[in-house]
Design a protein around this ligand. Structure first.
Ligand code: NAD
Length: 366
């Protein structure tokens, strides 16, 4: 029976990347009934100014699985990030961001195989933030002063609240341990800054330790975020699965993308108890939109994660192997994967997909 999947092309380079990816997924032979749903800045005028129309959420709620292209967030327009809204609306509390080395990709590092699990709904991304002269900010500063805290609030000061809850922490740390167990991984490292933020990151660390005790078969350790960054650059081979609050997780996943060749190589998923949205770490790269130029690897590797989630493990492996083969050969790849970014032999997004489809087709079925 065909799997039902919501397909959100997104905007910027999103439509070209998702189209290339859809063709490759179909070439694996897995049957998918795609429900194409438009969202984002380019289509908001069609939906009364709403960049995230209700039918998109309804489709994901019904299908439970979506493949999504990146979506632009215009700066300073009062427009809510569609990406953050989607994660909140569907309560997708965990983000999985693997960083894996592939032969033929330009990077100073080899044999990286890390997974960042990022908390996706709380922390400084909760959007509880006040302008200095708002009533809320004034009320808060008065309250903080009444507690005897020494910070000087006389000048203009923006205030951002960092909520980290026991329940929010417990479910994402459990998710990380369950992910480790299900994927044959040996160790979970919880990342924090509990030495400074005792009530937020302190809670995160305490709950991490409690959850770790439920998983005696998986090794547990903790690292302070700044040390974690240095360790990942110096000795990435010592780490396996990392679990982190929202902001640290966001930064760490770009750092890990850098270790494996850049944003073009970094796939991801957003996971909750009722919905899973697979999308690359990178954004909509508006300057390359419509040019058939952008690297579709991260979008395609996100689809590989989706196939695994759907139980199509054989197809997922064949798709990943075909992508890896084309990258290792280094011939039919996009400009950013060439030694010289101006190499005239670089191919476009869609020709890169054609090369992968050819590899998939040439394999003798088992
Ligand atoms: P970006 O990831 O779009 O681009 C960063 C840099 O990487 C740019 O130089 C870009 O050209 C390059 N790049 C990104 N993806 C590439 C690819 N597949 N192939 C080749 N080069 C690639 O980040 P940005 O410029 O900060 O953001 C652009 C827009 O995307 C913003 O509106 C942002 O809010 C949005 N965004 C969306 C998502 C999402 O949909 N999940 C994630 C991040 C950013």
């Amino acid at each position: 029976m065909a799997h039902k999947v919501t397909l959100i092309p997104g905007d910027g380079i999103g439509p070209e990347l998702t189209e290339a990816t859809r063709r490759v997924v179909e070439a694996t032979g897995v049957e998918i009934e795609w429900d194409v749903q438009l969202a984002g800045a380019d289509v908001m005028d069609q939906f009364g100014g709403n960049p995230l129309p209700p039918q998109v959420l309804e489709s994901i709620r019904a299908n439970k699985v979506a493949l999504k292209g990146p979506i632009t967030t215009p700066v300073g327009s009062g427009f809510r990030s569609v990406n953050v809204a989607l994660r909140k609306e569907l309560d997708m509390y965990a983000q999985v961001r693997p960083g894996k080395s592939y032969e033929g990709v330009r990077s100073r590092f080899e044999d990286i195989d890390l997974v960042i699990i990022r908390e996706n709904t709380e922390d400084l991304y909760a959007g509880v933030e006040y302008e200095a002269d708002s009533d809320n900010a004034k009320e808060l500063t008065t309250w903080i002063k009444s507690k005897g805290d020494k910070f000087r609030f006389e000048d203009h000061v923006g205030i951002s609240i960092k909520p980290i809850s026991e329940e929010g922490t417990r479910r994402v740390v459990r998710f990380a341990f369950e992910f480790a167990r299900a994927n044959g991984r040996k160790k979970v490292t919880s990342v924090h800054k509990a030495n400074i933020m005792k009530h937020t990151d302190g809670l995160w660390l305490r709950v991490s330790e409690e959850v770790a005790a439920e998983f005696p078969d998986i090794e547990f350790e903790e690292r302070i975020i700044d040390n974690m960054c240095m360790q990942l650059v110096q000795k990435p081979e010592l780490y396996d699965v990392l679990v982190a609050p929202n902001l640290y997780g966001d930064i760490l996943s770009d750092l890990v993308a850098g270790l494996v060749g850049g944003l073009g190589m970094a796939p991801g998923s957003n996971d909750g108890d009722h919905a899973h949205v697979f999308e690359p770490v990178h954004g909509s790269a508006p300057k390359y939109a419509g040019q058939n130029k952008a690297n579709p690897t991260a979008q395609m590797l996100s689809a590989v994660m989706m196939l695994r989630h759907l139980g199509e493990t054989d197809a997922a492996q064949r798709m990943e192997d075909a992508i890896a083969k084309v990258i290792a050969e280094g011939k039919d790849v996009t400009y950013d994967m060439k030694e010289d970014r101006n190499d005239p032999t670089a191919v476009g997004t869609s020709q890169f997909a054609d090369a992968i489809i050819e590899v998939l087709g040439s394999r003798v079925p088992a």
